[in-house]
Design a protein around this ligand. Structure first.
Ligand SMILES: [Ca+2]
Ligand SMILES: [Ca+2]
Length: 277
């Protein structure tokens, strides 16, 4: 075979590969919404000028197209979908799945992971995308809140969990949980007593059950500060061993700390951010 023929064959092969590469990049996904829906209920893939229905209406309820990038590293664009439990109503959590297209034009829809109120953080490591999010398990009843940090990596078919660590509770000197309303009059009031301002006079913390969320609203009748309205409904109310401005710090649920400042109990994290402004 002459050198000229070899060059022609090489050019043809290169053109073919370039064409393949270009055509494989002509993929995009689009969320579509029925007239009566607030959120998308259908996902379409556009591939080389043709449209494919990937998720038909009513398959998963409501969802959002969160991100488009090459999740499995095969050179084609893939889609990250957020499924909205309760179609965006407050208090509901979301789950995730990934759609990919393989080299022969077949689509794969991954398993569904996550129960989070927040969108995932996307990290890229060694050419792979890692989904990182806080998973919150909380039903609207007496059950305890469970919070996990989870990370998933996509292997081309499934989202594999590479981290599953649980958030632990801050130890409280005294605490009260909404499940203590269980099998009792949940419309009544419950109370505990503790000297929250350290003046050797007992103060009274009153709890009322909030049926919709399984949480409690609370107030404090304090010997030195009078009536205090709690601004954070919780499933667990705890009194910590440390104090700020003469009043015991409080913990809501696992580790949300409230500190006494300017005549009210306020979120400690928010206070720290404000002080840095
Ligand atoms: Ca891909
Ligand atoms: Ca007191």
């Amino acid at each position: 075979m002459s050198t000229a023929v070899k060059h022609v064959i090489l050019v043809v092969i290169l053109l073919f590969l370039v064409q393949c590469a270009l055509s494989r990049n002509l993929i995009s996904y689009e969320e579509m919404r029925s007239d009566s829906q607030l959120f998308a209920d259908k996902i379409i893939a556009h591939v080389d000028g043709l449209d494919y229905t990937i998720i038909p209406s009513n398959e998963y309820g409501c969802f959002m197209l969160l991100d488009q990038r090459d999740y499995d590293g095969n050179g084609t664009i893939d889609a990250l979908i957020k499924i909205l439990k309760g179609c965006g109503s407050s208090g509901n959590t979301n789950s995730l799945l990934i759609i990919t297209m393989n080299d022969i034009g077949y689509f794969n829809i991954s398993d569904i992971v996550g129960t989070s109120c927040h969108d995932p953080i996307l990290e890229e490591k060694d050419g792979k995308v890692i989904l990182s999010f806080i998973d919150e398990i909380e039903d609207s009843d007496y059950c305890e809140i469970e919070v996990y940090k989870k990370r998933f990596i996509y292997d081309g078919m499934k989202l594999n969990c590479i981290e599953d660590s649980r958030k632990c509770e801050l130890l409280a000197t005294k605490e009260f949980r909404s499940k203590e309303f269980l099998n009792d009059d949940k419309w009544g009031e419950k109370l505990i007593q503790f000297d929250i301002d350290g003046d050797n006079k007992l103060d009274t913390i009153r709890f009322k059950y909030w049926d919709r969320w399984g949480r409690m609203n609370w107030t404090i009748d304090c010997s030195s500060h009078g009536h205090i309205d709690g601004e954070y409904a919780c499933k667990r109310f705890g009194i910590l061993s440390v104090s700020t401005n003469g009043m015991r710090d409080l913990v809501m649920d696992s580790d949300e700390i409230l500190i006494w400042k300017d005549g009210r109990y306020a979120n400690a994290n928010t206070q720290m951010l404000d002080s840095k402004k």
